[in-house]
Design a protein around this ligand. Structure first.
Ligand SMILES: Cc1cc2nc3c(=O)[nH]c(=O)nc-3n(C[C@H](O)[C@H](O)[C@H](O)COP(=O)(O)OP(=O)(O)OC[C@H]3O[C@@H](n4cnc5c(N)ncnc54)[C@H](O)[C@@H]3O)c2cc1C
Ligand code: FES
Length: 282
C-alpha cells in the first residue's frame, strides 16, 4: 500500500557541546538523562542523536540514542545500560561535558489524516513514541507499551491513555493496571469493538517490529517501524547500518533513510530472521 505520510519538518543537524543536568532511574533498567546543550535542541519525533562524553573516559565512537523530549536547549533521552558506552554514560555525574550530534535520521510521519494511530512500543523503544504521542496524539489513538514487568516500566512517562503490558505481573504501582502478555496481545484487547482503519507506529526489539508489521499487513493497515542497527557515524558515511529492503537497490541506511521506515519496504525474510544475538537488548 502506498504511504501518504507527510514528512514532518526536520531541524538542521547540529554538533553541540552540553553538560549533564540530571540522570535518574525511571524504572529498574531505564535511565532518563537531561542535557543542557549550548544550542537549540529541537527535533522531530523518531529522530535520534549521537552522544559521547567529552574528556576523561570517553568512547572512540558516539552512541545513538532516540530523543525523548526537548525544550529550548534541554535535551532528554531514555536509555538502558547494555555495554561499555551506556555504562560510562550512566556513571557520568551532573556537570560532565558531552558532545551531541542532533537531530539525526528520518522521523515518524506527522499526523496528516483523520485515521487513528496504534502506537506499539517495547522497552527502550518508548522515547520516540512518547514524543510522537505528545506532539501529535489524538483521543482516538491507542498507545500500547510492553515491558518485562511492572518494575521495568517507566510509569511516569506512561500516564493514561497509555496501556501497559507485562510478561510478569510484578510490581505494578497502586492505581495502575497492566495486561499480562505481549504488547500485541494488549493491542488486540484494546482494539475490541474498534472498526476503524488504523495506522501503526512501532519501536522496540526486532521481533516486536516484525510482529507489528505482520499485524498491520494482515489488516491492510499502513505501518512505520523504527529500526535500530549498530551505528558507527549516524549520518551516512560509514555504511555500517545497512538494512535489507525490497525492490530497487535492496537496502537502506538505518541512520539516514531511517530509523523510521515503512514496514512494507523492509525485506523481513532477511531482516526479521536475524540471529537472536543480534536482536539487541531493548
Ligand atoms: C537510532 C537508534 C536509536 C536508539 N535509541 C535508543 C534509546 O532511546 N535508548 C536506548 O537505551 N538504546 C537506544 N538505542 C540502542 C543504543 O544505541 C545501544 O544500546 C548502545 O549504542 C549500546 O552501546 P554500549 O556501548 O553500551 O553497548 P555495546 O558494548 O556497544 O553493545 C552491548 C550490547 O548491545 C547491543 N547493541 C549495541 N548497539 C545496538 C543497537 N544499535 N541496537 C541493538 N543492539 C545494540 C550489542 O549487540 C551488544 O549485545 C538506539 C539505537 C539506534 C540505532
Ligand atoms: S551509521 Fe554510518 S552510515 Fe549509518
Amino acid at each position: 500500500m502506498a504511504s501518504d505520510a507527510t514528512a514532518p519538518t526536520v531541524p538542521p543537524v547540529r554538533s553541540l557541546i552540553g553538560v549533564i543536568a540530571e540522570q535518574r532511574f525511571l524504572s529498574s533498567s531505564m535511565i532518563r538523562i537531561d542535557l543542557d546543550l549550548e544550542g537549540d535542541a529541537s527535533y522531530a519525533p523518531g529522530q535520534f542523536c549521537m552522544i559521547n562524553l567529552v574528556g576523561g573516559a570517553a568512547l572512540s565512537l558516539s552512541r545513538p540514542l532516540s530523543i525523548l523530549a526537548a525544550n529550548g536547549t534541554r535535551l532528554s533521552l531514555l536509555y538502558k545500560i547494555v555495554g561499555v558506552g551506556t555504562r560510562l554514560l550512566a556513571d557520568a555525574l551532573p556537570g560532565r561535558k558531552v558532545r551531541v550530534l542532533t537531530p539525526l535520521g528520518t522521523p515518524f510521519p506527522a499526523r496528516n489524516n483523520e485515521r487513528p494511530r496504534l502506537l506499539l512500543a517495547g522497552g527502550v523503544g518508548l522515547p520516540p513514541l512518547v514524543s510522537w504521542a505528545q506532539r501529535y496524539g489524538d483521543p482516538a489513538d491507542l498507545f500500547c507499551f510492553g515491558a518485562r514487568d511492572g518494575a521495568d516500566a517507566p510509569w511516569e512517562l506512561l500516564p493514561s491513555p497509555w496501556h501497559v503490558s507485562v510478561d510478569r505481573s510484578r510490581e505494578i504501582p497502586d492505581g495502575r493496571e497492566a495486561h499480562r502478555g505481549t504488547v500485541l496481545d494488549l493491542a488486540l484487547d484494546c482494539l475490541t469493538g474498534r472498526t476503524e482503519t488504523f495506522e501503526v507506529l512501532a519501536c522496540g526489539p526486532r521481533p516486536l517490529l516484525q510482529a507489528a508489521a505482520e499485524f498491520a499487513h494482515q489488516r491492510g493497515w499502513l505501518c512505520h517501524v523504527s529500526v535500530e542497527e549498530r551505528m558507527g557515524c549516524g549520518y551516512g558515511v560509514c555504511r555500517g547500518c545497512v538494512v535489507p529492503t525490497i525492490g530497487d537497490i535492496g537496502w537502506r541506511l538505518a541512520c539516514q533513510d531511517g530509523p523510521v521506515l515503512p514496514a512494507a519496504d523492509l525485506d523481513w525474510k532477511s531482516f526479521g530472521m536475524a540471529p537472536a544475538s543480534e536482536e539487541g537488548s531493548r
